[in-house]
Ligand binder design. Sequence first.
Ligand code: GTP
Length: 412
Amino acid sequence: VQDSSSPSARAPITRKKIHGHVGFSNLPNQIRRKSVKDGFQLTVMVVGESGLGKSTMINTLFDSPIYAPREPLHPAADRPKTIAIESTQAVIEENGVRLRLTVVDTPGFGDFVNNAPSCNPILENIEQRFDAYLSQEHRVRRANLVDTRIHACIYFIQPTGHALKQIDIEFMRHLHHRVNLIPVIAKADTMNDDEIADFKERILSDLEFNGIQIFQAPMYEDDDEESLAEADEIARAIPFAVVGATQRVRTRDGRKVRGRAYPWGVVEVDNPAHCDFGKLRQMLVRTNLEDLREYTNEVLFERWRTEKLLAMGYTQDASVFAEFDPAERLQEDRIVHEAKLAKLEASMKEVFREKVEIQERKLKQSEVELYGRHKEIKDQLNKQWEELVKKKAQLEGAMSSPDASRKKTFRG
Ligand code: GTP
């Protein structure tokens, strides 16, 4: 194992045979066959406050003593700390499949009154790695590019149970455009289940409020149900509540497990009922290993590359970029949208006008009909009236004539 802060330095590699199970050998067979020959490659960075268990977590994740134990030599002594960015390479073999792993440990922060500058060396390290890759891409012979870019950044959050600290927000805000952020709640054995659930919710809402983007594992629709459910379970557990421990301890029922022993029992690292360590490991080296690499290459590196080339005055790229200026595109979209709305409004008005006209015509028609009917009834009534008047006159005439009454009397 070799420490080196320079990303482009080729450190000698130590082969390690591990005894525990990591999981990368379970990647889908197709990818596996292709990759068995070359092995997989992953570069993970750990960032967070001092003493949150970053180095321990790396050792736990890969079940290997990648970092020497950082416990103080005697209880009264200070705990040895990571004081510089350290890059360590190891080749881990599992079921004949190799994982070339680079771990980048960063000095913990939080011991300084002014923490603001501490983020810059980390960001610089990430960008230097992009630089190293870009300069390889510009070579005439581009075969066998060495990818030292950071594929995942595990960000350690202190298990306070309160809101995210300002320093964490600042750090993540600086890093999220350059790296796949995977937030974890460190030392989750110090919180109970309810506290963890509340803290997770709070962290997610703080991240959203501050516009911090964390790694979102893609869902593949053509995956079988089991894989989809597994991926969903992992996604729901973010930010992972993790416990790190490399030592094996004995549980009350006599099992020997990796964990932390307390008077009240053992917190088991590999037990999903105790912490999310297994889910973090699964995401990193099994379910999303390729997704992390792909997103780094296609989105994060491309974004950095575009910005870099623009800053270097590559006007051709700039003009292409300008064509896709988001503000201009938004304005264009708005104009098209408004034109569509105006057209829609005009056609609605036309339909409305037509409907009113039809209704008016109908009303007029029924008015005419009503008027005609009214006139007809009135005429009939007038006629009946005239006939009645006529009859009345006849009767009155007949009654006033004496002949008529005699005749009637005689006949009767
Ligand atoms: P820096 O090098 O200062 O950045 O520290 P670090 O974040 O690398 O922490 P490190 O791994 O050195 O662990 C610090 C202390 O925390 C050690 O005493 C570990 O045994 C302890 N520790 C690590 N992980 C856990 C955990 O999950 N729970 C508990 N309770 N303690 C832990």
